[in-house]
Write a protein that binds this ligand. Structure first.
Ligand code: TMP
Length: 394
């Protein structure tokens, strides 16, 4: 049974950046639920994949050095630890992981054709299709099976998880390894990062819920890694239950214990989280309003999907934040979804005009602070809402 614990109000599609501001841009109510039986956290309203993931999807994983390094490390680990012959990546985006392997070794699946085009151009076989049974059967015919399947920040975007895992099982070799990586529910609760929820993020996984999901497909987690990416993610290493060659690492039980200690299996945890989210909204609006009263200039850094959730939930508009800066070509000279706040091309001079900067890409704080040492040295200040709204003291 699904029980609601949070209502983030009306939210536009988080990656729908419009060239011309439309005050009537379509919005959907964003409510978050906890399933008492399988412990899965999910959003209520399911928007069709075709509406969200199409031929002009703006999110590019290669835009951050942090992500690039993380994928490079993983590719090295995959080769060393598993030495696979054939790899399948589900949701290959612009190739941040794929391109670390030889083109002959990997196959990509990326429904957004603008992104699939990038890896195709580099010589990588990329299917510009949605991950489902039909595609799995097509791949089975052509490649028979894959001994390593990888998917980062993708499965949480697909509504029908049963279909996802059934399709994976069709093409995963007998002793094959499945690696999935997604934002961690535990980190979200700890950091009060409610902006992990947007229309695309249908689920936020915990080890407990992933375990419950995959056992129906005779799969089991054999290792787990905590990552810093996307504000705290978990990488799950999964195998078939009957593959006894791979030992189960103690990391799995350690993570489950941590989650149980944090009571991720109890509804009360989410009620408390919801109260904290409401407080966070009040505090952030207060900080920004006070700065505006003092006639300070405020801009946003990183036009993220997460920032869209914050702006729309907290009713922050262009009277509070003048504009956002971002390096992603697909977002530049467009408006933040649902708000009349323009996104400008990143330039140090734009940043230097601001007294205060709202950190939309808080998950890249380290990378950004490294890049903006001069701005910080000259008295520039950042504002964050993670884990609770404040002006960052450096
Ligand atoms: P994400 O948090 O959803 O991965 O999005 C990060 C966004 O922040 C993406 O649009 C790129 C942008 N960004 C910058 O503009 N400058 C930077 O230095 C970094 C790291 C990210």
């Amino acid at each position: 049974m699904n029980k609601k614990f949070l209502d983030l109000g009306l939210q536009p599609l988080a990656n729908e950046y419009l060239k011309k501001f439309n005050p009537k841009q379509k919005k959907y109510r964003l409510k978050i639920f906890f399933n008492l039986k399988n412990k899965l956290v999910s959003i209520s309203k399911r928007i069709s994949s075709k509406k969200m993931f199409n031929n002009n999807y703006p999110y590019r994983s290669s835009m951050s050095q942090t992500m690039k390094y993380s994928f490079k490390d993983l590719s090295k680990e995959i080769n060393k630890r598993f030495n696979p012959n054939k790899i399948l990546e589900i949701g290959s985006n612009d190739g941040a992981l794929l391109t670390n392997f030889y083109p002959k070794k990997v196959v990509g699946v990326e429904p957004c054709s603008n992104l699939a085009k990038i890896t195709k151009k580099k010589g990588y076989t990329t299917y510009s299709e949605y991950w489902d049974l039909k595609l799995a059967l097509k791949l089975k015919k052509k490649f028979n099976s894959f001994d390593l399947i990888y998917s980062a920040n993708t499965l949480t975007h697909i509504s029908n998880l049963k279909n996802v895992f059934r399709s994976i099982c069709k093409v995963l070799s007998k002793n094959g390894v499945l690696i999935i990586e997604d934002p961690s529910l535990l980190e979200c609760i700890k950091k009060n990062s409610y902006d992990q929820f947007y229309n695309e993020h249908i689920y936020l996984f915990s080890t407990i819920s992933v375990n419950n999901l995959i056992k129906k497909f005779n799969l089991q987690i054999f290792d787990i890694k905590n990552l810093k990416t996307h504000g705290g993610s978990l990488r799950y290493y999964i195998k078939r239950i009957d593959n006894k060659k791979i030992k189960i690492s103690k990391n799995v039980n350690l993570q489950i214990k941590k989650e149980l200690k944090y009571r991720l299996d109890k509804f009360a945890t989410y009620q408390k989280f919801s109260r904290n989210v409401m407080l966070s909204k009040k505090k952030l609006v207060k900080i920004i309003s006070n700065l505006k009263k003092d006639e300070k200039t405020l801009i946003g850094y990183g036009a993220t999907a997460k920032a869209t959730t914050v702006l729309n939930f907290c009713n922050i508009d262009n009277k509070m934040i003048d504009f956002f800066i971002d390096i992603t070509p697909e977002k530049i000279n467009k408006f933040m979804p649902g708000k009349k706040i323009m996104i400008h091309k990143y330039h140090k001079k734009k940043l230097e005009k601001a007294d205060y900067v709202f950190l939309g890409a808080w998950n890249f704080k380290k990378e950004i602070f490294n890049k903006e040492k001069k701005f910080i040295k000259n008295g520039g200040k950042f504002i964050t809402h993670i884990p609770s709204p404040r002006i960052i003291k450096i």
